[in-house]
Design a protein around this ligand. Structure first.
Ligand SMILES: [Zn+2]
Length: 67
């Protein structure tokens, strides 16, 4: 049993659709799509751009207080 990549609900394999169907939100995905969505979500959660921006602002703040 695997968890839905969208809501974390239970996925049940549907032989008719050849997809795993989420019992909570109704998402129907193949095994490949589950992996794809999971990897996308992981990269979104990392938020590399925001982290860079935050560090830049911290640096600017430090620089302006130094004067
Ligand atoms: Zn779901």
């Amino acid at each position: 049993m695997s968890a839905c990549p969208e809501c974390g609900g239970n996925l049940k394999f549907d032989p008719k659709q050849k997809r795993h169907v989420c019992q909570s939100c109704g998402l129907a995905v193949t095994r490949e799509e589950i992996d794809e969505i999971r990897s996308k979500n992981t990269s979104l959660n990392t938020n590399t751009e925001d982290e860079k921006e935050r560090r830049r602002k911290d640096y600017l703040k430090w620089w302006s207080t130094k004067k």
